[in-house]
Design a protein around this ligand. Sequence first.
Ligand code: FES
Length: 67
Amino acid sequence: MYVCVCKAITDTQIREAAQGGARTLKDLRRDLGVTRDCGRCASCAHECLREAHGQMGKPAKALRKAA
Ligand code: FES
């Protein structure tokens, strides 16, 4: 499913990024471009990252609000 519509990023891509070492939403932004346009995908992308880390046995870092 699409998580970030603006950049056409899917949950599969986020899981792959997590397996590749992405730990934070900032990592996803850098690696995939999520949240770079409208930003509406931030909470969903973070949840997807958190679930991916849960499946890998690693906790994701807490979501921080951008200033
Ligand atoms: S939906 Fe991700 S930046 Fe717009």
